[in-house]
Design a protein around this ligand. Structure first.
Ligand SMILES: [Zn+2]
Length: 75
């Protein structure tokens, strides 16, 4: 877990790395199957869909709605 300022929550939150399903969804959303997604982390607040690269909020975005209920557990 890392601690980052979440753009959606507007506060500092715990982030965890995207899991395989989430990484696939980001590639799908960006229509770029080779997009580098291994450095993406998401906010673990229930209902929050914000994700971003490790170091900065540039390149971040919002996961599809279907990931809303899957925030907390890693893996
Ligand atoms: Zn958040």
């Amino acid at each position: 877990m890392i601690r980052r300022a979440c753009r959606t929550c507007g506060t500092m939150q715990d982030f965890r790395k995207l899991n395989a399903k989430e990484r696939a969804a980001v590639r799908e959303e960006r229509k770029d199957p080779r997009l580098y997604v291994d450095n993406l982390w998401r906010c673990t607040v229930p209902g929050c869909l914000w994700y971003q690269p490790y170091l900065h909020t540039d390149g971040g975005g919002v996961l599809p709605e279907r990931f809303k209920g899957e925030a907390a557990p890693a893996g």
